[in-house]
Design a protein around this ligand. Structure first.
Ligand code: FES
Ligand SMILES: [Fe+2]
Length: 379
């Protein structure tokens, strides 16, 4: 008798990943009040100082635990709603209006911030080190050139999963067919250092159902071409070309998250679209908004799976599945001390899936379904 395969799952890590995490768009903080974000097992306060700088501190006041995000902005500082202690962006208490002296140890945790192309990031490191110089968030070429639309943005809470689930998507070729109405024809991963890329091209269910032959492995001519890179554990930049009829839309789609607890996270996603010169700005914005809404409903399909699936450390894979184990080894580098990063977590790894059998089967299935639907409609 063959042995039955059992699911193995270790407890989720108590630790949060080391890396830059996007909290939101800078424009969200322009309204003159402090904001709160639940992240990394605590609450953070974000405010825009009079100088224009964005600051992030632990939200719970070190005096008697007041919630700074319920307070107010006073010049450069945030004032606690409880007894009005004023905290600066560097984490130091700058003023206690009713006191003669500020206690010398009045200092709270300040989070290192980074602003890139209108996005606000914080650095998280359980060891308390600053980010290495080569670990940063790349700026988008031509972001300010006027060639792109402004950000369209949305977010959704994933209430009962570890963020490893969203990372697994990077190598999961088959789910693009079963969950996202795509049909991948080319699928390759490259991991190296703190960076992980997925090269994808493919068509859609709708187009495949016409029965027109699908070319395997051709990257440029497919209706969807995507080049998606994680810069660290949580920030994915996807350069995406989508064809509709004879028009091609070029977009940059961001998919990113920050952990709330070690078993819940906030998924943020947004995009900019290269403006089509045949349309005015309002029309380009409208197209970008519609595309993001459709991508968002795709994420909801992922969320539905995550909400119901089991955590699994020993997935049982076939040849058409991507390198899940190698991906998780790459991802592990963000959860160990820097001194414990093993060479196999960061060394270059490449894998391309042979999609021949999958494409053939999927297209047949879609053509048959389309024929059955047509027959039912005519009956
Ligand atoms: S708890 Fe914040 S000032 Fe007292
Ligand atoms: Fe997905």
């Amino acid at each position: 008798m063959t042995e039955v395969r059992m699911i193995e799952a270790s407890a989720v890590s108590e630790r949060f990943a080391r890396g830059w995490h996007l909290l939101g768009l800078t424009r969200e903080y322009d309204d003159g009040v402090p904001h709160s974000v639940e992240a990394f097992g605590t609450k953070l306060v974000i405010w825009k100082a009079a100088s224009g700088e964005l600051n992030v501190l632990d939200a719970y006041c070190r005096h008697m635990g007041g919630d700074l995000s319920q307070g107010s902005i006073q010049g450069e500082n945030v004032a606690c709603p409880f007894h009005s202690w004023r905290w600066g962006g560097d984490g130091k208490c700058k003023e206690i209006p009713y006191a003669r002296r500020i206690p010398p140890r009045a200092r709270t945790r300040a989070w290192q911030t980074l602003v890139v192309d209108g996005q606000l990031f914080v650095w998280h490191d359980p060891e308390g080190n600053p980010p290495p110089e080569d670990v940063t968030i790349p700026a988008i070429e031509g972001f300010d050139s006027g060639e792109w639309t402004d950000w369209v943005w949305d977010r959704t809470l994933v209430p009962s999963s570890h963020c490893r689930e969203v990372i697994d998507n990077m190598v999961d070729m088959a789910h693009f067919y079963y969950i996202h109405k795509g049909l991948p024809t080319y699928f390759k991963n490259v991991f190296e250092g703190h960076v992980c890329t997925q090269y994808f091209s493919g068509t859609t269910h709708e187009l495949a159902a016409t029965g027109e032959p699908i070319e395997i492995g051709v990257a440029e001519d497919q209706p969807t071409v995507s080049d998606a890179t994680y810069w660290g554990p949580s920030y994915l930049v996807d350069k995406l070309w989508t064809k509709y009829g004879d028009m091609t839309f070029e977009t940059i789609l961001i998919t990113c998250h920050y952990p709330i607890t070690n078993n819940s996270f906030m998924l943020n996603y947004g995009m900019i679209m290269k403006k089509n010169p045949d349309f005015d700005d309002a029309t380009n914005d409208m197209i970008a908004t519609k595309m993001l809404a459709s991508i968002g409903s795709g994420f909801m399909e992922d969320v539905k799976i995550w909400k119901n699936k089991a955590r699994i450390d020993n997935p049982l894979l076939c040849e058409e599945d991507g390198p899940v184990y190698q991906l998780r080894r790459w991802y592990e580098q963000f959860y160990v001390d820097v001194a414990d990063i093993a060479p196999e977590m960061v060394q270059r790894f490449e894998f391309e899936i042979d999609t021949t059998k999958a494409v053939d089967f999927w297209q047949k299935e879609l053509v048959e379904k389309a024929a059955a639907k047509k027959a039912a409609a005519e009956a």
